[in-house]
Design a protein. Sequence first.
Length: 275
Amino acid sequence: MAIIDTHLHLVYLDKFSYPWLSEEPTINRQWPVDEYFAQAESLGIDTALHMEVDVDETDIEGETRFMTKVHPRVIGAIAGGRPEYPDFADWLQTLAGIEGVRAVRRILHTMPDELSQAPEFAHNLRRLPAYNLGFDLCVRADQIMTVGLPLVQKCPDVQFVLDHCGVPDIAGAGLDPWRGHLREISRLPNVACKISGIIAYAGDKPTAATLQPYVEHVIECFGWDRVVWGSDYPVCTSAANLVEWVGITRKLIAGASAGEQAKLLSDNARRLYRI
């Protein structure tokens, strides 16, 4: 069964600046597209969406343009953006001229809550539907209720995708209060959830058994129509390689029907990201 990877990071240190990578020595190197597909193809990953890699602000446009043309199997990109800025409308005009942009993301899990709570932020996000763009929401478990939920409520016409299952503390057995918070945000029909990244939060030697309660809860809350899959490559390699993560994913959904598996692995991505 073919997979659309909705969360592929590619790193080109020779082209762009990644300030945050200086604190991540295990992945602070080139991660080019050919290296990724050399592994991904044999795993059933047919195509991918590039997820912005929080490059230096001066490189956001360059990264977006480059990644939309980096490889025929990279069929779109989630672009970086700064909705807190007054000129965000100008950035959307720029994105409108770049074929293949599917959504926008602003990293929030490492930023002060106040950044996204300011009225300007939601006001600018409400511009996205006019450009047929959604927003990938990257918040920690403790921010779901203070940042994520209010933002989704303020932007009812925006399609949100909650990255990394809302970043539960799996290594710390943090089912609660994450479990209740996830249920609350799932009640809003304009938010979907991405099963991605969680392998990096599961400590040493993560297994399907470790991740199962979290993935099952996500699917229970959002249903099979509002979930997508992402590798979070190469960040995932801090805990497991791409082969291992795909293998664990297939174990986690082995009991689901073929139709349900297809929704998670590809069908929903086509709809939510307008592929």
